[in-house]
Design a protein around this ligand. Structure first.
Ligand code: COA
Length: 376
């Protein structure tokens, strides 16, 4: 019994922030902090903050801009965070709203109605609340049937979601599964942290996976998949409901930065995740008996351009033009679980029927998911 990806969907926030705008805001904050702390800095009890730079950001990561759900407060040095007003319990939550936009886009592209869908999975890095599940709110908003649940496997969530959908279709639980990745990543960044303030953006993507009996000759057969995880503390977010049970924990680390936001040891992540992902792809293609040269495209997680260049080189044994592993980082930055799906959504039309390609997403946990596709 085969599962087929019949369509993808994308919702992009209307506002974006360039590296230059973001850096100007950070540098003003740093100047203000330094002048307020001038005495402590002179006495050697505090360290002056150094400026961020657009050139560093682009060279180190490939990021030039990012879309955001709330621009102005994020750039305001007295706020430096998105402002997302609380909504009433009877109003649609922001996360369900953007997830529904992406879900509707996928359904429209597939020529399906929400009534055709019998499972909704919201798979993403940060869920707006614990329950009721965001996915059930989306199921209700779209008018889908069946059942829904949320899952979180950080940046690998979309691939774990697609594999879960394939399993639900294979077991007969569902015939049409909408996997949605709403990512409001700006809500978990410390915009006062020079090492990480530039990394993430906001977006929502969706993938419609259906039983092959429902698919026409379009779309992608899922011909293989492999999931791996390996514990690491190098990417961490300690935010959680038990935080309120530990009032003595003020959430501040030695640098005066909250540890309830995104933190990483970027260099270690780079060094450890590149071989993990290159091996995952190489080993699974070998298991499936697929020659690497037969892979026409890789839609990789979008965290760092240099990382993707290196993974591609390790898998293929040679440098290739990045048209082969399309990059959306420049425009979108890291959008966690949504990144590889944006690349797939935007850069897949030219793959011919019968050709093979793959989606591979990876990140915190560590976690990595591979989905191998054949164009119908
Ligand atoms: N502007 C200017 N300089 C900066 C800077 C900024 N915003 N941030 C850091 N620097 C400086 C550092 O202070 C350091 O200076 P030093 O050499 O004088 O000590 C230098 O630039 C290099 O810093 P480093 O942190 O080692 O940079 P890097 O080349 O490793 O790039 C990342 C940083 C985060 C872009 C990169 O490590 C990365 O993307 N790693 C993978 C992350 C990943 O995939 N995470 C998954 C998240 S889901």
């Amino acid at each position: 019994m085969s599962a087929v990806i019949t369509a993808t969907g994308l919702w992009t926030p209307p506002e974006s922030i360039s590296n230059e705008e973001l850096v100007a805001s950070y540098n003003s904050y740093a100047d203000k902090w330094n002048s307020e702390q001038a005495e402590a800095i002179a006495a050697g009890t505090a360290q002056a903050l150094t400026h961020s730079s657009p050139e560093f950001i682009e060279k180190a990561s490939g990021i030039k801009s990012r879309y955001v759900v709330s621009k102005e407060p994020l750039l305001d040095i007295n706020i430096m965070a998105p402002h997302i007003p609380a909504r009433g319990n009877d109003d649609l939550s922001l996360m369900a709203e953007i997830a529904s936009h992406a879900g509707r886009d996928a359904l429209t592209r597939a020529g399906r109605s929400a009534k055709d869908v019998d499972a909704v999975i919201v798979a993403c890095s940060n869920l707006q609340r614990a329950y009721p599940a965001i996915s059930i709110e989306v199921q209700n908003e779209l008018g889908a049937g069946g059942f829904a649940f949320d899952m979180n496997v950080a940046c690998a969530s979309a691939t774990f979601g697609i594999e879960t959908a394939r399993g639900l279709i294979a077991s007969g639980q569902a015939k049409s599964v909408l996997v949605i990745n709403p990512e409001i990543c700006t809500g978990h960044i410390n915009f006062k942290d020079r090492d990480g303030h530039f990394i993430f953006g906001d977006v929502a993507t969706a993938v419609l996976i259906e039983h092959e009996s429902r698919a026409d000759d379009r779309g992608w057969n899922i011909i293989g998949s492999k999931l791996v995880t390996e514990f690491s503390n190098n990417i961490r977010n300690n935010f959680g409901y038990l935080n309120v049970c530990a009032p003595e924990d003020d959430g501040l680390n030695a640098k005066g930065l909250t540890d309830k936001l995104f933190r990483q040891r970027g260099r270690s992540v780079f060094k450890e995740v590149v071989p993990m992902v290159a091996n995952l792809i190489s080993d699974e293609l070998a298991n499936m008996g697929i020659e690497k040269s037969k892979i026409k495209r890789m839609w990789l997680h979008q965290a760092n351009l240099n990382m993707n260049t290196l993974i591609t080189k390790k898998v293929l044994g040679k440098d290739v033009d990045m048209v082969y592993a399309p990059v959306v980082l420049d425009e979108y930055a890291n959008t966690s679980s949504a990144g590889s799906i944006i690349a797939f959504h935007k850069y897949s039309d030219d793959i011919a029927a019968g050709e093979t390609a793959l989606i591979c997403a990876f990140g915190a946990g560590y976690s990595a998911g591979l989905v191998v596709l054949e164009k119908r």
